[in-house]
Design a protein around this ligand. Structure first.
Ligand SMILES: [Zn+2]
Length: 85
């Protein structure tokens, strides 16, 4: 009977080890490969027309004379382009 209990406890131990290894593998996989959909840099850019800051991912980017400008909306971009004329 003692032998049987030892086998049970070994099996339980092996099962716990297996579970925790799987758990850690899952964690490391998550941190190594972030979701491809939308990578957020966390960088904030300024809309020079309405003076608001917004995430670069959400901003409309315009390169004018080699310089990058960011706008919160098409309206702001349009205003800026018109002011440049
Ligand atoms: Zn704006």
């Amino acid at each position: 009977m003692v032998g049987f209990l030892r086998i049970i406890s070994y099996a339980l131990f092996a099962y716990i080890v297996y579970k925790s290894i799987r758990f850690y593998l899952k964690l490391s996989q998550k941190s190594n490969s972030p979701p491809k959909s939308k990578q957020i840099s966390g960088q904030m850019v300024k809309d020079t027309i309405c003076n608001t800051y917004l995430p670069q991912e959400d901003a409309i980017k315009e390169i004018i004379e080699g310089k990058e400008y960011f706008f919160c909306s098409k309206e702001c971009r349009q205003k800026f382009l018109e002011s440049k004329k």
